[in-house]
Ligand binder design. Sequence first.
Ligand code: HEC
Length: 180
Amino acid sequence: MKRLILMVFLFSTSVLADDQQRIEQSRHLAMELGQKLSSELMVAMKAEGAVHAISVCNERAPEIAAGLSQNNNARVGRTALRVRNPNNAPTGEHKAVMQYFQARLAKEPNTVPEVLFTASNGEQHYMRAIPMQPQCAACHGSNIAPEVRNAIAQKYPNDQATGFEVGDLRGSFLIRWLAE
Ligand code: HEC
């Protein structure tokens, strides 16, 4: 049922001007988080390898997200159907959106689906799919080096975020706009 409502929203031709502005703000924040993370990750991987980059991800991902959140009266972060950090676990609504993203990516692999919707708590939530890319495989793929696997297991004993293939839905950006 929830999914049906989302689809109707997505394909309706008249998106309100306010919503359009919110989508653009959200898209901007999601891109900023994505770009900051991937540039720090690339530097760390090149300089000291994947094991060290795990601690960069572990410390910097929440810090970067918190900085963006504070400056924008929003909570900026990431979630996934299978999470590494339990703090990133999705709600039922976020799961439904990501199941829709999965179906959409399966049909149209080159799209990056996004959604803005009103969550059941009244907040506006924006989600944007994060497809798995080749440079993510060292830490999220199906053939992870044993020392990397160990380092992940130490910090994240309940890690679910491995075994992804390029093009799979790895997760989603999630921007939660605080009610005004
Ligand atoms: C060096 C290892 C490493 C690489 C490479 C890496 N990640 Fe991660 N990823 C992590 C760690 C560690 C976390 C947990 C971060 C935290 O504690 O918030 C994480 C968390 C995530 C999350 C948040 C949801 C969750 O599972 O907790 C997403 C989404 C994600 N990664 C996507 C990607 C994508 C897409 C790429 C490639 C562009 C990538 N990662 C590359 C280590 C890595």
